[in-house]
Ligand binder design. Structure first.
Ligand code: PAF
Length: 300
């Protein structure tokens, strides 16, 4: 692993590519000097929108453990925010993010402007997420997944990673990125890291910063509901849904958007006819803050 004390913060595509090529050559030379074999140094990308929290740092640590050169991208992608969503107020904390990444020994931070990523104002060629892109988060946020996949595709082409690391919290995002890789023959492998939770169970999210203390306490009903569901999953999807509803519906500050059990292979809703691995997804508004969470279920 190539550990530098302070990440290089790079804003342009040309500079990033040239610095990555230099780093790969340097690692290859160092290996040759030590007489070590091994393939070309592996580049691992952790795509983020910044406002990094302990969940992101878990992704970064995973990236460091599997790769030779870690690139963390920080870009608040306007294309994945709808009209009236929180693009303007989305937390932007570049200095603190870079400091946290320095602690993790990350060598490269790619922090482009919108002008660098979308020189013509917006990409007129876009990736479309297909039918699953209009369900759940996609139903609540039309166009969100097209915008997300478009920027992820661009980041893959810009950085050229061998592996890209994503968090399981955004389960639908992970499903759609994996589908895009298969459908469009992108090169990187995807590494999925489990959800990181704060004490009390709330899944870590940059959006938690917007929660008042009382809302934060209320938001714990989501993870409590999922936990209750997982504990009775052996009795089937309907019983699991009832258990989750009982916890979530009891919390008046939590306005449920959807609570559903999906087949991980198709991401389509399933009922009691489904057996084996499944995933329960939940989304809710707490105040103005949209929160999502999910849990794996093993259905009988
Ligand atoms: O999960 C996120 O933070 C974003 O959707 C991603 C993958 C960085 C694309 O903008």
């Amino acid at each position: 692993m190539n550990v530098l004390t302070k990440p290089e913060v790079i804003g342009t595509i040309e500079e990033l590519r040239s610095r990555l090529a230099d780093a790969q050559k340097r690692i290859e030379c160092e290996r040759a000097e030590r007489g070590e074999a091994g393939g070309p140094p592996r580049i691992v990308l952790v795509p983020t929108m910044g406002a990094l929290h302990a969940g992101h740092l878990t992704l970064v640590r995973r990236a460091r453990s599997i790769g030779d050169i870690v690139v963390v991208s920080i870009f608040v992608n306007p294309l994945q925010f709808g009209v009236g969503e929180d693009l303007g107020s989305y937390p932007r904390t570049l200095e603190a993010d870079v400091a946290a990444l320095a602690e993790e020994g990350v060598p490269f931070v790619f922090a482009p402007t919108s002008q660098v990523i979308y020189p013509d104002g917006a990409a007129s060629t876009r990736v479309t997420a297909g039918a699953v892109g209009s369900l759940f988060e996609g139903a609540a946020r039309p166009g969100h997944f097209d915008g997300m996949l478009t920027v992820v595709a661009k980041l893959f082409n810009i950085v050229g990673p061998d592996v890209a690391v994503f968090g399981q919290k955004d389960a639908q995002q992970v499903f759609l990125v994996e589908r895009m890789l298969a459908d469009l023959n992108f090169r990187p492998a995807i590494e999925v890291v489990p959800i990181v939770r704060e004490d009390g169970g709330l899944a870590l999210s940059s959006r938690n910063l917007a929660l008042e203390p009382v809302q934060r306490a209320a938001a714990r009903a989501l993870s409590a509901g999922l936990e209750a569901a997982a504990s009775v999953a052996a009795q089937g999807a309907q019983v699991a849904l009832q258990a989750a509803h009982a916890r979530i519906d009891a919390q008046p500050l939590v306005k449920l958007d959807y609570l559903v059990v999906v087949d991980p292979q198709t991401f389509l809703p399933v009922g009691d006819e489904h057996h084996g691995p499944a995933r329960m997804l939940v989304a809710a508004l707490v105040g103005h803050t949209r929160l999502i969470d999910n849990v794996a279920l093993d259905l009988p």
